[in-house]
Design a protein around this ligand. Sequence first.
Ligand code: BES
Ligand code: ZN
Ligand code: ZN
Length: 507
Amino acid sequence: MDVALEGKEPLDVDADCTVFGVLERTEKDALIPPHLKAADSATGGFLSAAWERKEIKGKKAEVLLFPLPGGRRRIALVGLSKPADLSIETVRRAIGYLTRHLKGKGIRSLCVDLPSFTAGKLPPEDCARAIADGHALASYEFTRYKSERTEPEKRRLVISLSKEHVRVKDRVGAAVSREGKLLDTVLWTRDLANLPADTATPEFLANQAAQLGKDVKLKVTIFDEKKLKEMGCGGILAVGGGSIHPPRMAILEYTGAGGRNAKTIAVVGKGITFDSGGISIKPSAGMSEMKFDKSGAVAVLGILRAAAELKLKVNVIGVMALAENLPGGSSYRPGDIVKTFSGKTIEVLNTDAEGRVVLSDALSYVATKYSPDQIVDLATLTGACVVALGNDIAGLLSTDDHLAAGLLASSEATGEHLWRLPLTQTHKDMVRGEVGDVRNSTEMPMAGTLTAGAFLSEFVAGKPWAHLDIAGTAWVAKAPQYSPSYTPSGATAFGVRLLIHYLESLG
Ligand code: BES
Ligand code: ZN
Ligand code: ZN
């Protein structure tokens, strides 16, 4: 995705729509803000008239379009927030609302006035990146299965720096070109995560990993069911046992440009291509959404692709734990005891708590074979997390305060929100097994996200580790009321922008 920069004033740039940000006005603001004067004259005074009528409020989610004489060009005013609330995320969301609003209006090019969005407060390069994010993420549509294929509207994005920011053109240029590459990967990740389970089988996703390895030069290793058996990965094998599509584990290795002293970070993803619940079958209402239960593993693919394309300095090991959870004659059952790669046994009380079972193998494999400096996993792990935090915040559980702080800082910067939840001895005690070492369910509707995290912590071999429960944030059922304006319904690719920001922050 390309984002062009212009040093000129916004109205001097030829575009179908010229966009200005407007901060929320107060009673005292009787006159139109100075940065809208030129646009006001271009419209022949329409803006100042609308200002006087108090039609322009500058509130969040407000988008107003004004035609320019001649009819082709338009001015868009986008509400931001109160000045004190202005943030990078405000900008991302404001551009998200704008992008939604422009759908179907035949606008092929946009010129966004950067200074009206930075408002003397936000760093221009971060603000320009947020504009690119809001526009690309909100424009996304998953059209692959529409037989009458209407291509999603393609719109060119230009950011005009005006006099105010022209001095930092190089810095802003580098920032948006990096962001453009990252956004291409985020949208590619969404496309993969949106695929239904008949197409995106464990084998298909493993093949995607292999192909990515060729495309961006990563070392990729795929373990099939035979190899998984030899390795003793009883967790992944048990969960995938009921499906005709056998399980896989894929390892992707990126060696960073940071040299000998560079840190190695493992990112591990839950890749359940469909979660019916297995023998402990789920109710049928909403079950189709469980095709998104692979979102963690697909995010790992996106993270590895972006790490390679952006030539990050750190080393990254990606692990995808891939299986389909179906009921059948060869399914694992409640009461089974499975032996995992670590040697620990899991007492299965509920076959629907399968994510932690596949992750047990993936986490202990990467922890012991690679001895990474840190491990982060992404998993659509618990319905309890959706109840607790909703669709806009993922749960963060960590054994390491430093790692948690780094992830929270990246969460703030990217708008991919995290909220830290506790990991305690009480919750570890709750998942202690009766006949096996641990049990995969407490069979009590209590602290489900915390007991799931406590379970996973048994398999990280004491490494600094963080778990992101993305059950609520990986996809959006009904945009936009419960989710940011820039995430249309379907897969969000949550975690890719967050983790790339985090990995970049390590040097
Ligand atoms: N994939 C689900 C979690 C989920 C539920 C994600 C709803 C998104 C929306 C997971 O495998 C699961 O079923 N978890 C169970 C665990 C329980 C049986 C201990 C849950 O959360 O109910
Ligand atoms: Zn489940
Ligand atoms: Zn699941």
